[in-house]
Design a protein around this ligand. Structure first.
Ligand code: C2O
Ligand code: CU
Ligand code: CU
Length: 493
């Protein structure tokens, strides 16, 4: 099987790189290529092709998706083995409307199992594409459901048990945009690829032979596989040309486990207009935004004062890691939108009093005690409520139609100050508080993924409507998820 061989080779190279210096030298960057070889803003930012149907006449949006192996030359003459949807790396941007019937044939051309999960979509459990809906090698999976939520920037990625991190790392991810009457009517930039730009931000590390260095030793599981190269839409150090005026960037932290602080080199203020699940009530002015793995934000940046050919850099600070000049934005030409609206949408606030149940979730790095391994990495386990994922166990049962508050605490054991990124399938929730305080403006809209720093308790509220069945909740640091930091909730009648 391809995966096995790949991991074997990876570990062999890692072992070679760290030969003679003991097991932990696997962490050493010495085996990895360094940033010096990157190309230097000479490539144009690729815009993922649209797979779209915005038809309002009631016809179904029907698509085909081929999950396949490919190669990409990130470095000259060193083709990297990749995975992609309908291409070599990443996938098309799916764009549909609320209320539309959505059908897709997902054909798995990989030599191993995969799944296709609609991250952030409110869909019947059977079409969720989580670990319970495996698509074996050589087979086709054909979800068919109605789009049932407001305009938002969502995404899709594989979710097979224990394989999510590795398959995403090799390139399986894409954006999923929903439009509705509100997004239609708002006077905001909306020409895809022109003033409405998707930015899939990811980091990677490579072996000297150009292959992705995805290896799951204990350090990588605990800290996540953190890269020393930054990709935007699958390319290192690209340049994007935008018109003079307002430009909308749809940001996805598509990394496996990194937390990003995203800002511009001149610290300019931008307007956050949407969180994971759709528009905020009104734009939130910020000069940097933190996104944990899996989170999205839509921002509008004002380039109306730039003279032609001004160049602005987008910076990504991988918190606890490197700082990158991720891409350059060159300003040239005239924009369609020059001002932005003061209000975006009426928020459908979920009142706390509506909740009929409160559940507690402890995300924890537990110590196995002082065994032969002492307090080292091997003595740690990542758990939620003391448990690891078991697909044959339902962890929580939720009544259909009910509203619940989930209190999620990141309890970190000594010296393991690990942030976590909690994600729920099925629902878009509302954040009630962070450590007892009302969340910042940009976290007051709908979300499906939320960063929980060590020692923090985040309270969220959610309605469990429309669909019954089994869904996942998990840490979206993919190495944590694959290691079992995941549970299942079943919505029942
Ligand atoms: Cu983005 Cu359960 O995943
Ligand atoms: Cu999800
Ligand atoms: Cu985690």
């Amino acid at each position: 099987m391809k995966r096995r061989t790949f991991i074997k080779n990876s570990l062999a190279v890692l072992a070679l790189a760290g030969a003679g210096t003991g097991g932990l030298s696997l962490l050493d960057k010495s085996g990895f290529v360094t940033t010096a070889e990157a190309k230097g803003f000479t490539s144009i930012l690729p815009i993922p092709p649209l797979l779209e149907n915005l038809d309002t006449s009631g016809r179904a949006a029907s698509f085909a998706m081929d999950v396949k192996q490919g190669t990409v030359e990130f470095f000259p003459d060193k083709p990297t083995a990749t995975l992609g949807y309908n291409g070599n790396f990443l996938g098309p941007t799916i764009r549909v409307r609320n209320g539309q019937r959505f059908q897709i044939n997902v054909n798995n051309s990989l030599p191993e199992v995969t799944t296709l999960h609609w991250h952030g979509l409110h869909v019947p459990a059977q079409w969720d594409g989580g670990p319970r809906q495996p698509v074996p090698a050589g087979t086709t999976w054909s979800p068919d459901f109605i789009i049932n939520q407001q305009a938002a920037t969502l995404w899709y990625h594989p979710h097979a048990m224990g394989l999510t991190g590795e398959q995403v790392y090799h390139g399986l991810a894409g954006l999923f945009l929903i439009e509705d009457e509100v997004s239609d009517s708002l006077d905001i930039p909306k020409t895809y690829g022109v003033d409405d730009i998707p930015l899939v931000i990811q980091d990677r590390r490579f072996f000297g032979n150009g292959q992705f260095a995805y290896a799951q030793n204990m350090h990588d599981v605990m800290n996540g596989v953190i890269g020393n190269y930054l990709l935007v839409n699958g390319v290192m150090q690209p340049t994007l040309t935008v018109p003079t005026g307002q430009v909308r960037l749809r940001l996805l932290n598509g990394s496996n486990s990194s937390i990003y602080r995203i800002a511009f080199d001149d610290q300019r203020i931008f307007q956050v207009i949407a969180s994971d699940g759709g528009f905020l009530e009104r734009p939130a002015a910020m000069n940097s935004i933190v996104l944990s793995a899996g989170e999205r934000a839509e921002i509008i940046v004002d380039f109306s004062k730039e003279s032609s050919y001004a160049v602005i850099s987008l910076l990504v600070d991988q918190m606890g890691g490197s700082k990158f000049e991720a891409m350059r934005i060159a300003v040239n030409g005239k924009a369609e939108v020059t001002t932005i609206p003061k209000t975006l949408r009426i928020l459908d606030i979920i009142p706390e009093a509506e909740a009929t149940k409160v559940r507690g979730f402890i995300m924890e790095t537990m110590s196995r005690g002082r065994g032969r391994m002492g307090m080292g990495m091997m003595g740690r386990r990542l758990t939620i409520n003391g448990k690891k994922m078991n697909i044959n166990r339902i962890d929580e049962q939720v009544d259909l139609g009910s509203t619940e508050i989930w209190e999620i605490t990141n309890r970190s054991a000594m010296m393991m100050n690990m942030p976590h990124s909690m994600h729920l399938h099925d629902v878009q929730f509302q954040v009630l508080s962070r450590n007892g305080r009302i969340p910042p403006l940009h976290e007051r809209g709908r979300k499906d993924t939320v960063l929980i720093m060590p020692g923090e308790t985040v309270r969220i509220i959610s309605r469990f409507h429309d669909y019954t069945g089994v869904y996942m909740y998990h840490c979206h640091l993919l190495e944590h998820e694959d290691d079992g930091m995941m549970g299942q909730f079943e919505v029942i009648t």
